[in-house]
Ligand binder design. Structure first.
Ligand SMILES: Nc1nc2c(ncn2[C@@H]2O[C@H](COP(=O)(O)OP(=O)(O)OP(=O)(O)O)[C@@H](O)[C@H]2O)c(=O)[nH]1
Ligand SMILES: [Mg+2]
Length: 186
């Protein structure tokens, strides 16, 4: 009985809660704030501590957050889904993001997604959002290539991938409504 009551309250207060992660400057703050208040933040102020915005917890893109927080959050019942944000423009440029280990942007995205798949014991839904599509030279081709790449490292039954941009309000509405539709049923 107690277990049932605690399940009920947990569901009531934590329904729809998720956390948002991904490489630096990919658009996490932009996305969680737009979902929360439909306003676009255009300047980049790096997030340096986990911040709750509406129903989502945003973590900074700094690599150290991975070890410290991701696994703990994945095992926390309070969070029902994960939103992983990366920049398609940075993915295509594929520069070295990690000065110490010389890891490229693509490598980091694969490692992140692979790590997420492996720690996802509770089988949470993973929503991948590819941003900065407005900066791509040949959008369609690149999106196809990236989708193909990512399909090799994700569990397709638990993952959805969306692409879009936060260049302006109209674009932001499209990409966030995809995310909101998916998370509203979780
Ligand atoms: N052109 C364009 N700019 C974008 C897009 N998404 C985000 N930005 C811009 O990219 C910059 C970084 O966005 P943030 O939302 O702060 O990135 P973040 O992932 O929270 O970064 P950290 O907190 O440092 O990890 C901001 O200047 C945004 O306005 C996009 O799709 N297109
Ligand atoms: Mg941020």
């Amino acid at each position: 009985m107690f277990r049932w009551i605690s399940y009920f309250f947990n569901h009531l207060f934590n329904s729809g809660k998720g956390f948002c992660i991904g490489p630096p400057a990919s658009g996490k703050t932009t996305l969680v704030n737009f979902i929360h208040n439909k306003k676009l933040i255009e300047s980049h102020i790096p997030t340096n501590q986990a911040t709750e915005v509406g129903k989502m917890l945003e973590l900074g893109g700094d690599e150290t957050f991975v070890k410290n927080h991701w696994e703990r959050l994945m095992n926390d019942d309070k969070y029902k889904y994960v939103v992983y944000v990366f920049s398609t423009a940075d993915y295509i440029k594929n520069y070295i993001i990690d000065a110490d280990n010389q890891k490229t942007y693509q490598k980091i995205v694969y490692l992140h997604l692979y790590f997420l798949k492996n720690i996802n014991k509770a089988k949470k839904k993973i929503i991948i959002v590819g941003t900065h599509v407005d900066k791509l030279p040949n959008e369609k081709e690149i999106i196809q290539k990236i989708s193909k790449d990512l399909n090799n490292v994700i569990d397709v039954t638990l993952t959805k991938i969306f692409f879009g941009s936060f260049k302006d309000i109209d674009d932001a509405k499209i990409i966030t409504s995809d995310v909101e539709k998916t998370t509203s049923n979780i």
